[in-house]
Ligand binder design. Structure first.
Ligand code: FE2
Ligand code: FE2
Length: 301
């Protein structure tokens, strides 16, 4: 009996040894990933386009409550927060009303930080004069309660940069570009950076849907110069879900909270409320202390 046990044990011992060797061989890679620590869980909502239309506010509030259950640390809002203030025929009353619906819905998350970006539909250009307090981007900055049309902040070792691409040919103006250069320069080496813009800096869907940054070549160069820092770029605007990867930077275009602007869609919609093949939804990001991340898009229907 003893002998049989010994014979049986040999293959097991050999197997254990083999496993140990495999485990050791794999350890340099797995060791790093197993030690990484989740430092932030962030919700990225974009293109909410809120308005009193059907039951859009009720739906939006429900989605915000759902997001809160996911134990997030804060919200990133990618712009086009209100339905549309930018068209020539938009009257003051409509702009005021749209922002009041936004404020009403945001009450659901009044206990959370919301870091927003300006979208192309947020700005009222048809004000009677440029001196009107509701004209242009300054009013949007005020309504979104953000420090400037572009800005940055840090949390738990990550640096967040929010851009304003609402300029000629969807670019950063010179002032903003110089600021961005300095921002990246002055950060300590290996500080992970997340950038959020309304328009995608690099996107797959630009092949058939316009909207990509006009200065993507310059930005690609700048990101490469700081490749130890720039990890991820988030955007919206396309209402389409896509991801691109270039020079180790991940670009997530995270669909739209409003899908087909809260409407049922058109002939190109794969399903009701979809924009083309993208369902309405939002993304949840997990950010780790080693600069890695996960981005998951959650469909609301
Ligand atoms: Fe939009
Ligand atoms: Fe947009």
């Amino acid at each position: 009996m003893k002998r049989r046990s010994l014979i049986k044990a040999i293959p097991l011992a050999t197997l254990a040894l083999a496993m140990g060797e495999i485990g050791q061989a794999a350890s340099p890679v797995s060791e790093k990933s197993s030690k990484k620590k989740l430092v932030l869980t962030v919700a990225h909502i974009t293109d909410v386009h809120i308005r009193n239309f059907e039951n859009a506010p009720e739906k939006f509030k429900r989605y915000l409550r759902d997001i809160k259950k996911l134990k997030i640390d804060f919200f990133l809002n990618g712009g086009d927060s209100i339905h549309a203030a930018d068209y020539d025929n938009i009257k003051r009353e409509s702009v005021v009303e749209q922002w009041s619906v936004w404020d009403h819905c945001l009450q659901e998350i009044s206990d959370y930080e919301v870091h927003s970006c300006i979208g192309n539909h947020d700005t009222w250009w048809a004000a009677p004069s440029k001196e009107d307090e509701m004209y242009g981007k300054n009013y949007v900055v005020k309504r979104l309660k953000i420090p400037n049309r572009y800005y940055s902040f840090s949390k738990k070792g990550w640096h967040f940069i929010v851009l304003d691409g609402n300029n000629k040919n969807i670019t950063l103006d010179q002032e903003q570009y110089s600021w961005l250069e300095k921002e990246l320069e002055q950060l300590p080496a290996n500080t992970p950076v997340l950038l959020m813009s309304h328009y995608p800096i690099l996107t797959v869907t630009n092949t058939w849907e316009g909207g990509q940054h006009g200065d993507h070549k310059e930005l690609k160069q700048l990101f490469y110069k700081h490749k130890d820092k720039v990890k991820v770029c988030l955007s919206g605007h396309q209402h389409l879900l896509d991801r691109a990867w270039y020079n180790d930077v991940q670009y997530f275009c995270n669909g739209a909270m409003s899908g087909f602007w809260w409407d049922k869609g058109d002939a190109k919609s794969a399903q009701p409320y979809y924009y083309q093949q993208t369902p309405p939804g939002y993304a949840i990001l997990k950010l780790y202390d080693d600069g890695t991340l996960e981005n998951e898009y959650i469909s609301t229907i």
